[in-house]
Design a protein around this ligand. Structure first.
Ligand code: PHE
Length: 448
């Protein structure tokens, strides 16, 4: 059990805030054309993400086991179909797939701790920032080394059990991360590209919304809130019975959104200030070019920069841990296996899979699995755009239609009033219909 509701909030926020916010959000916004995407994304968080996160927490707290066993227990309790337990299994699998590439990117940010500390970017130009990164991308062995380092650290923490160390660490690093992001946002604010960045991020141009935007925004909102794969459900299992799920979930989602927007406000002014030398469509390299460039050109930049990448790596670790938790907790429960052994086996499995992602940036970059997606892009697409939203859809359906009203009502502290009606609208209608529409439109669009 978490020692208090705040520690659950911190742990879940630790899971939610990660590479998705700081690395992925800005570059996906860049690739998807800005404001229109951001507005859709915010809608997805509010109308789909929040209700599904509430559902995950309430299911977890009702079942009080790993997601797979929680689903098994609840299905039995309500006499439902055992097919629902697939939610748990698919989540475990999605967690491993995501971890395999997550560790590679987190390895990049660990490498940048060293580069920043060496002062490599002092007085740097966009050209230098770009060439450092592209050289790194061309070095599979170096990248593999950092991927390995990140995986070893994650496994070492997970093996010891999550609560002790993580709770303490999260308490410190979250506020620090926010402070450093504020430094970057202030830098953005005084840089000449700020107005253009704000216009790019928030100008709502309806015509820019494409089917692809809808699916990407939906997928990213699941990814960034850690939804659809049981991570939050697994954490929910340790939430004290008396805590209010609604207020906790809203807090977590708000924190997560603030960090993502701050990352955007930090990165885009730099892009626009340098005009043609940097591009909004830089893709996965965006953060690794703009952030070193900023820190290379402000006083004490190498110190701030080092700290920044330490914090990003840390944010990645707290997310990585939650990616392993559903699978790990299940194996420990089911086979009474030693936590450390299970952790090592899972780590090795994901590490091997991660090699494919390492190679996707160099040796295998032109090997396309489906369409124009290489190994990394394919895993990223399938997990974010398909597995997580689908997982979330079934979680919503389960909470909305299968779990009896009495259970849900007592978990959420709802009586018969308007709150209960609002909840029903969100979980039975908004969330499932939202996800389904996006799926149908995408499928329809890809066949026609
Ligand atoms: N939410 C994490 C991030 O934004 C990633 C994550 C996805 C973690 C799914 C757990 C489950 O980086």
């Amino acid at each position: 059990m978490w020692s208090s509701r705040w520690l659950f909030i911190l742990a879940a926020a630790g899971s939610a805030v990660g590479l998705g916010n700081i690395w992925k959000f800005p570059y996906v916004v860049g690739e998807s054309g800005g404001g229109a995407f951001v507005v859709v994304y915010l809608f997805c968080i509010a109308l789909v993400g929040i209700p599904i996160m509430m559902a995950e927490v309430l299911i977890g707290r009702q079942g009080r086991q790993s997601p797979i066993n929680t689903m098994r227990a609840l299905v039995k309790e309500v006499d439902g179909s055992s097919g629902w337990t697939l939610i748990g299994w698919a989540g475990v699998f999605a967690g491993f797939l995501i971890l395999s590439y997550y560790a590679v990117i987190a390895g990049w940010s660990m490498y940048y701790i060293v580069l920043m500390a060496q002062g490599l970017f002092d007085g740097s130009s966009p050209a230098l920032a770009r060439s450092v990164f592209s050289e790194f991308q061309q070095s599979p062995w170096l990248m593999l080394g950092w991927h390995t380092a990140f995986m070893v650290i994650t496994v070492a923490i997970v093996a010891r059990g999550v609560t002790g160390g993580i709770e303490k660490a999260v308490r410190w690093f979250m506020p620090f991360l926010v402070v450093l992001l504020i430094v970057l946002v202030i830098h953005g604010f005084i840089s000449p590209g700020f107005d253009e960045a704000v216009a790019f991020l928030f100008a709502f141009d309806f015509q820019k919304i494409t089917v692809e935007t809808l699916l990407t925004a939906l997928g990213l909102s699941f990814f960034t809130l850690s939804l659809g794969m049981g991570a939050i459900m697994a954490y929910g299992a340790y939430v004290p019975g008396s805590a209010s799920i609604t207020s906790m979930v809203v807090t977590i989602a708000a924190l997560d959104t603030i960090v993502a927007i701050a990352a955007g406000l930090a990165i885009f002014p730099v892009v626009f200030a340098y005009g043609t030398e940097l591009t909004v469509e830089a893709g996965p390299s965006l953060m690794f070019e703009t952030v070193p460039l900023v820190f290379g050109n402000i006083p004490f930049g190498s110190i701030f920069g080092t700290l920044f990448f330490v914090l990003v790596s840390f944010a990645a670790i707290t997310s990585a841990i939650s990616l392993t938790e559903p699978g790990l907790a299940f194996l420990v429960e089911e086979y009474n296996a030693k936590r450390s052994r299970v952790a090592i086996s899972l780590g090795v499995f994901c590490w091997v899979l991660g090699i494919g992602t390492v190679l996707s940036f160099n040796v295998w970059s032109d090997i396309h699995l489906v369409g124009n997606l290489n190994f990394f892009a394919f895993l990223d697409y399938v997990t974010q755009n398909i597995m997580l939203p689908l997982g979330g859809l079934f979680i919503a359906l389960f909470a909305g239609f299968v779990l009896p009203k009495t259970i849900v009502g007592s978990q959420l502290g709802l009586d018969e009033g308007y709150k209960s009606v609002l909840w029903m609208i969100l979980i039975k209608f908004c969330a499932p219909v939202g996800v389904s529409i996006v799926f149908f439109v995408t499928i329809f669009n890809s066949i026609s």
